[in-house]
Design a protein around this ligand. Structure first.
Ligand code: NAP
Ligand code: MG
Length: 483
């Protein structure tokens, strides 16, 4: 292993010149970029360098009113009247443009978010395009989707997304909404608005009728105006459980329906008969992919006690090879933390691990001096009462627990208010099925982790959310069944 450590890579930077970032962006309402009524703006930065990338419009209630009205008009006058096959053609067109412009999108996402170019290039953007392709195919086949013979759209969908997968979450929201005949007002997160604004240009390029997609930038207050707007028929939210609960309260008693994709504290369970080297790769992918800013991260590692020493040694050796730094370098594994606020949340919560008696380990690594960074970290000696075991850290921090019997693994895995994802590592198919049946998690991976496909429904149990996104199941969140 020590020889491998000495292996050095030459820098392989992707070019920021591939994307033309404007100095200022308006709101995308009714097919055009417009200035916000108040004239207020805010900046978005590159979290790897703290450089300002652009100034972005701040939407207040007056702007939300305009966007919802545009979406309503587009719904009643154009989109709901269009033959479904025609709607599908727009989705195909958008999907193809996303593929054609994928490099531009990948660079912009990496600059605005801080995640490695390897991930935006190979995961975020291809999967976003795949979601449009997949849902394009459904547009004219909705009567066969299991939601009645003539399912109808709700109307105007308010969609609010987080900063961890900005473009992918946009695709998860917009593609099914449009395929089912709804129109959209989408609010990206404050720290990552730029790929959504580039997507607005794609809508123009695809000739999408004005008002079908509206994109308004702002912060939590903008999101709250959108959720509470009486002209909204459906709310689709991805973000924290706290804000999800506030939204559920806000829409209670209204006609609005909602899907909520919230937080998680996924258990990654490794049995004694697991292929250890593969499991180590899965553990690294499970918690260090996207700096651990992943709702379905495998943030709790449950190891069968008798393989603990061997596995932890291999995991530490593997973590020594993780390359941290410039997200634009094609060899980088771990990029920047998305914001100063998120870095301080990670730091504070991880510090409780030390205070409560868990044992911290990180590889020797030099962090850049500018920007927001956190080293890949594991805690051993973690018990179920520790905050780092119970609360979502949403960063590159893994809590390691052990178990002796399969039943103990199940009990520990399910002992959480969340229920989004889980992983199972074992040589035996029967053990995979035995375990999966008993886990209360919406997505369960076996001998792999963090695999996504537009045809596969994604969503949570308990406080991880309501409803599913993706697949045939995900369509139901946007359709009123007529049986
Ligand atoms: P967040 O604070 O809940 O923000 C999510 C979005 O909601 C952002 O656009 C945010 O705007 C907006 N928002 C904030 N307050 C609001 C309010 N009162 N009303 C309406 N909208 C409001 O979450 P985050 O910290 O950005 O994202 C991390 C969380 O998302 C984690 O808990 C993670 O597990 C979860 N997540 C879940 C999934 C899933 O599929 N289950 C996927 C990804 C992330 P601003 O950012 O502009 O403030
Ligand atoms: Mg940013």
């Amino acid at each position: 292993m020590s020889n491998v450590n000495k292996f050095e890579y030459a820098p392989a930077p992707e070019s920021a010149a591939l994307v033309n970032i404007k100095s200022e962006y308006g709101l995308f309402i009714n097919g055009k970029f417009v200035a916000p009524k108040s004239g207020k703006t805010f900046t978005t930065i590159n979290p790897a360098t703290e450089e300002i990338l652009a100034r972005v419009a701040y939407a207040e209630l007056a702007d939300v009113n305009l966007a919802v009205t545009a979406a309503r008009n587009a719904f009643t006058k154009t989109w709901s009247k269009m033959p479904a096959a025609e709607r599908g053609k727009y989705l195909y067109r958008i999907a193809r443009i996303l593929q054609e412009r994928s490099r531009e999108f990948a660079v912009l996402e990496t600059l605005d978010n801080g995640k490695p170019i390897r991930e935006t290039r190979d995961t975020d953007i291809p999967l976003a395009a795949a979601h449009f392709f997949y849902h394009a195919g459904w547009a004219d086949k909705l009567s066969y989707a299991g939601h009645g013979s003539n399912p109808k759209p709700y109307g105007v969908a308010a969609q609010i997304i987080p900063w961890n997968f900005p473009m992918l979450m946009l695709a998860w929201k917009i593609a099914p909404a449009l395929a089912t005949g709804n129109t959209v007002v989408l609010k990206p997160a404050e720290t990552t608005p730029l790929t959504a604004l580039l997507f607005a240009e794609v809508c123009q390029q695809a000739g999408l009728p004005a008002g079908v997609v509206n994109i308004i930038t702002g912060d939590g207050a903008t999101g709250s105006h959108l959720v509470n707007h009486p002209g909204v028929d459906k709310v689709a939210f991805t973000g924290s459980t706290g804000v999800g609960k506030a939204i559920a309260k806000a829409i209670a008693g209204t006609k609005k329906s909602a899907t909520l994709e919230l937080g998680g504290k996924g258990a990654n369970i490794v049995f004694e008969d697991a292929p250890i080297d593969e499991a180590v790769e899965g553990i690294v992918n499970g918690i260090f992919f996207n700096q651990g800013h992943v709702c379905c991260a495998g943030s709790r590692l449950l190891l069968q006690e008798n393989i603990q020493d061997e596995l932890l040694e291999k995991l530490k050796n593997r973590m020594n090879l993780i390359r941290i730094g410039n997200p634009m370098d094609k060899n980088t594994d771990l990029g920047a933390i998305n914001s100063a606020a998120q870095l301080s949340r990670i730091t504070d919560l991880a510090d409780t691990g030390d205070i409560e008696g868990a044992i911290r380990w990180s590889p020797n690594c030099t962090l850049p001096t500018k920007g927001f960074w956190y080293p890949p970290t594991i805690f051993t000696g973690v018990s179920q009462s520790h905050r780092i075991e119970r609360e979502e850290i949403f960063g590159p921090v893994l809590s390691v627990l052990t178990f002796r019997t399969p039943q103990e693994a199940i009990d520990k895995a399910n002992n959480t208010p969340y229920g989004l994802s889980a992983g199972i590592w074992t040589d035996k198919g029967s053990r995979i099925l035995w375990t999966a049946k008993r886990l209360r998690a919406g997505v369960i991976w076996a001998n792999t982790f963090n695999k996504f496909d537009p045809a596969s429904p994604f969503g949570g149990y308990k406080e991880s959310g309501w409803g599913r996104e993706g697949g045939r199941h995900g369509l139901s969140g946007y359709l009123k069944g007529q049986y």
